[in-house]
Write a protein that binds this ligand. Sequence first.
Ligand code: RIB
Ligand code: CA
Length: 323
Amino acid sequence: MSAPRKIIIDTDPGIDDAMAIFYALASPELDVVGLTTVFGNAHVDVCTANAIRILDIAGRSDIPVAEGAARPLAMAYRGPADFVHGVNGLADMPLAAPSRVPHALDAAHFIIDQVLACPGEITLVPIGPLTNIALAMLLRPDLAQHLAGMVIMGGNAFVGGNASPAAEANILNDPEAADIVFGADCPIVMCGLDVTEATVMSSEQIANIATIDNDRARLAAVILPYYRDFHLSHGGPDGIHVHDSTCISYLIAPQHYRTVQHPVRVDTGQGVGRGKTWAATRHALSAAAWAGRRAVTILTEVDSAAVVALELDRLALEQRAGS
Ligand code: RIB
Ligand code: CA
């Protein structure tokens, strides 16, 4: 097997964020060199404490956590999605105190440091609002040239939104940042609602997690039902949409996805379409606003059963020690 791919996960944990982080840590194809936190599902200080707790539970307190933005680039924070993830971001379950304080650097400077130390090797995996990534790009306009790429959970190319009829939550939480990031000159993969809402972990699969004997699964078994109840009460599936873990599944098993390649812009207006990700498909008669942008790999179809089975297999694996 080739050397593990180095990744930095930018995250707003968050129930599905926790699952994605556990998934990445249990996958030998990946080397998680750090987590960076951002506001979103909860206030950023809560997300930072949760990121450290998640690493504690996985036995990976060797991995640094750098705290990032508390609010978007150009608007007020819309507020925590406590109705989805709980006030404490993890289903309001009683949680042990985090074992340590975050890294001395803020998220944007941590990302810049890590990327420039390993030029061409690091893939950014943002699974929350894109504010930290945009800030890092604004601080270092050449950052994208030193990235292996980005695999982003966010957006909705050919389906409706989940945070509004137009927009997906991570993008709507900072459309200005997202429009900057989707213009980066590096390989970008967009894991949007087109596939994440077609990826369902069923209530039965969630219930079976309780039979797995490890600390990661024990947390999953208590936080996923809360997330499932949100889906059930909002017209969702009898289970959960697998949003953030889709980035990990794509990184380790891209064969389970179909893709198209189009440049992407984000609606940064103040109208009803704010936060919508627009792919410039070939039939567009005028695409001047997309001119000069690299095509983004947009996931359009998924083998849901295959990727959910893969994630559950990795959840059951004994946790790998630090590399
Ligand atoms: O729309 C789903 C995304 O918003 C996921 O990243 C979830 O964690 C929330 O941040
Ligand atoms: Ca998230």
